[in-house]
Design a protein around this ligand. Structure first.
Ligand SMILES: [Mg+2]
Length: 287
């Protein structure tokens, strides 16, 4: 029986054939139209190691295959970093930064602030930033607030401190517990703790792009992420994948795990998407 998770089914050939037993129109809907990529850990290695420029160039060439999904980005990073990556990779699909807080359209250069974010949330966030900087960070030498964020706060752990360990220390810190309460979303990527306004996360940003700008069902897109803050998207899309450096909880949640790390793994995942899209196309044209 075809299910909503048709792309997941497609990875198992038997189920894939069953899923294709329906009308060509139905089959056409099964193509992966857009592939959302995280940056840290997916397009680049974690902080402190250089990006594999050759692998990124290869990814761009591969994305020109007629059966390739269009590439988009969903990152926790700030807008200028997203804009630079869109420019380098030739991305034209609206993309997401600051963990869903900001949407950027590379073609028009339009910047959209997530409409769910209220002015008072930003005021509180700004006060929160000051308190973290003055009272909390001095307890964790080497930890830093990332510059350039507008609607979220990201904190990099001290060097050599594991992010998961730092996250647990941070959320249990008395000063943090007192000021954050349950009002803000707290999560982490491979390199930072992210504090966002209530109910803002990467899925919000992706949903905005798909529903308001592209008008594509989320089951027709794929996503590649490596950390906890990506899970909310990976659990919803039609095709989800991670690279060999993805966290264990992400590996448990996705459809496909590449044996290669970061950009090399992303090339492997894009090849898998193209292969799946070619199968769908063959089936449509042979009917
Ligand atoms: Mg990441």
């Amino acid at each position: 029986m075809p299910t909503d998770n048709y792309i997941e089914d497609a990875l198992h050939i038997k189920k894939f054939e069953e899923a294709l037993g329906s009308s060509p129109a139905n089959v056409e809907r099964k193509k992966i139209e857009v592939l959302f990529l995280d940056i840290d850990g997916i397009l680049t290695p974690s902080r402190g190691r250089p990006a594999d420029i050759r692998a990124l160039a290869e990814l761009v060439m591969l994305s020109k295959d007629p059966d390739s999904p269009k590439l988009a980005i969903f990152t926790g990073r700030q807008l200028p970093y997203l804009e630079a990556f869109c420019h380098i990779l030739g991305i034209e699909v609206p993309s997401v930064c600051e963990n869903g807080g900001i949407i950027f359209d590379p073609r028009s250069k339009e910047v959209i602030y997530n409409p769910k974010i209220k002015k008072e949330d930003l005021d509180i966030l700004s006060k929160l930033k000051k308190i973290i900087s003055d009272k909390v960070l001095p307890k964790y030498p080497g930890a830093k607030i990332e510059l350039g964020k507008e609607v979220t706060i990201s904190i990099n752990p001290p060097e050599h401190e594991d992010i998961k360990t730092f996250f647990h220390k941070f959320v249990n810190d008395r000063d943090i517990k007192d000021i954050i309460g349950n009002k803000f979303s707290l999560t982490y990527s491979a390199s930072a703790i992210d504090i966002s306004p209530p109910d803002i996360n990467k899925l919000d940003g992706v949903d905005y792009v798909l529903n308001e700008l592209l008008h594509i069902d989320i089951k027709r897109v794929g996503a590649v992420g490596d950390a906890k803050n990506d899970l909310i998207v990976l659990e919803k899309v039609g095709f989800s994948a991670t690279t060999s450096n993805g966290s264990d909880e992400v590996k448990r949640a996705v459809t496909y795990i590449s044996n290669e790390p970061d950009a090399r793994g992303t090339i492997d995942i894009l090849k898998k998407c193209i292969e799946l899209n070619k199968k769908v196309f063959k089936r449509v044209t042979s009917q």
